[in-house]
Design a protein around this ligand. Structure first.
Ligand SMILES: [Zn+2]
Length: 215
């Protein structure tokens, strides 16, 4: 199955589509955690804690479903970003975190390692998987154990990590250049950076106080 090294950058790449030019660090950390959190249903499984796993409907059950992504993404946006500076921006945050969580199930459905994904749980326990399984196909490698690890990580980087990094770089670069072309600058570490605001400082102030416009 895809590891957290694949899920985190993929989730961050998805969230990057909604990120400000100078996204607060908290935004990226939250996005990465959104990509990982569905596997909470796997905690304890290696130690035989099957009852704990069953609590979540089994691995790739309720925490991998779309209803969970919607509910938890909304919860994070409204409860985790309660500062007044985020007022009016939480729907956008919620959408970003919902999609970041949902990428986890999609990646899991792109591998035949492990059970299919209950995308509609708890509304339906039907499990789904894609017909194409490029991520660590179970029959593709002739080696096992630790000898397999480099191949697995390279595969995950190609199919999940690299696309996520490309999305992050492309999205942030595009937004920064757009602001520069408009003669505006993003705020740093505030929700204001989500909004494109006219900048009422001189170009000299802009360069000295922020530095985020440096090409
Ligand atoms: Zn998973």
């Amino acid at each position: 199955m895809p590891s957290w090294l694949a899920h985190a950058p993929a989730a961050m790449g998805t969230a990057a589509l909604f990120a400000p030019a100078s996204a607060p660090r908290r935004y990226w950390v939250t996005a990465a955690l959104c990509g990982i959190i569905p596997d909470v249903d796997f905690l304890g499984a290696p130690f035989g804690a099957t009852a704990y796993s069953t609590l979540f409907g089994g691995h790739r059950g309720i925490t991998h479903g779309i209803p969970f992504a919607i509910a938890f993404g909304t919860l994070i946006a409204w409860r985790g970003f309660r500062d007044a500076q985020w007022d009016g921006l939480r729907p956008r945050l919620a959408l970003a975190f919902m999609l970041a969580i949902a990428t986890h199930g999609l990646l899991d459905a792109l591998t035949d390692n492990g059970p299919p994904v209950a995308f509609l749980s708890p509304l339906s326990l039907e499990r789904y998987t894609f017909a194409w399984h490029p991520i660590n196909p179970s029959a593709a490698y002739g080696v096992r154990g630790f000898a397999r690890l480099p191949i697995v990580l390279a595969n995950e980087f190609f199919w999940a990590g690299l696309p996520g990094i490309v999305l992050i770089v492309a999205s942030v670069t595009w937004r920064r250049r757009r602001l520069v072309s408009l003669g505006r600058r993003p705020s740093v570490d505030t929700a204001d950076s989500f909004a494109i605001r006219p900048e009422h400082v001189s170009s000299q102030d802009t360069a000295s106080t922020d530095g985020t416009l440096a090409e």
